[in-house]
Design a protein around this ligand. Structure first.
Ligand code: ADP
Ligand code: ZN
Length: 207
């Protein structure tokens, strides 16, 4: 199955993506993760994207589209994939349409207030684990023990910018995919597992 996860920053795309990988075994393609790993490794792409990400701005379409197109050509994507954080603009969606045909676009709908609280309380580990200060008070990762950190773009100003960018540039994708008959909107619940049940009920119809 070829699917896209759509939703505002903090909607829980990454969390649901991990559960989808476990259940269906399809490759998880996260542009945000790809960019962050390039930054950590100090690659040319990493140097280029860093300033955009820190400010909460989108990385230019050209670079983003190139990275995803290359990834989609790899063997493991032949039978399906899940895109998380891509597309995020109409030109990206058009480029994706040229590259492949999708089975569904899952739109995770969460209110602005909830998202704002989630992002400001988010704590990350370099192993990929994500926590929230309201439910996890330790400074170290429960999975690997490393010290948790706050992403540069999880500070107040970049968060505001990211939500603004989402509304202006990404939200139009909702009607873009609705018109194509691909959009499946689910209203996110507080409980991760409840949200996943909703996701699963959609994905099970695609197998
Ligand atoms: P979140 O969904 O919480 O904002 P991501 O990890 O998906 O986090 O993205 C982090 C940042 O990476 C974005 O704010 C943006 O700067 C950059 N980025 C990720 N995906 C894209 C994309 N498809 N197009 C442009 N920039 C992107
Ligand atoms: Zn960890």
């Amino acid at each position: 199955m070829k699917i896209v996860l759509l939703g505002a920053p903090g909607a829980g795309k990454g969390t649901q993506a991990d559960l989808i990988v476990k259940e269906y075994g399809i490759p998880h393609i996260s542009t945000g993760e790809a960019f962050r790993s390039n930054i950590t490794k100090g690659t040319e792409i990493g140097l280029f994207v860093k300033s955009y990400m820190e400010k909460g701005l989108l990385v230019p379409d050209e670079v983003t589209i190139e990275i995803v197109s290359m990834r989609l050509k790899e063997d493991d994507c032949k039978n399906g994939f899940m895109l998380d954080g891509f597309p995020r603009s109409i030109p990206q969606a058009q480029a994706l349409d040229k590259a492949t045909s999708l089975d569904a676009v899952i739109n995770i709908d969460v209110s602005y207030d909830v998202i704002y609280k989630r992002l400001t309380g988010r704590r990350n580990c370099s192993c990929g684990a994500i926590y929230h200060v309201s439910t996890y008070t330790s400074n170290n990762c429960a999975k690997c023990g490393k010290e948790l950190f706050i992403r540069d773009d999880d500070k107040e100003e970049p968060i505001k910018k990211r939500l603004e960018v989402y509304e202006k540039i990404t939200q139009p994708l909702i009607s873009y995919y609705e018109k194509k008959g691909l959009l499946k909107t689910i209203v996110s619940s507080d409980a991760i597992s409840d949200t996943f049940l909703k996701v699963k009920s959609i994905l099970d119809t695609l197998i």
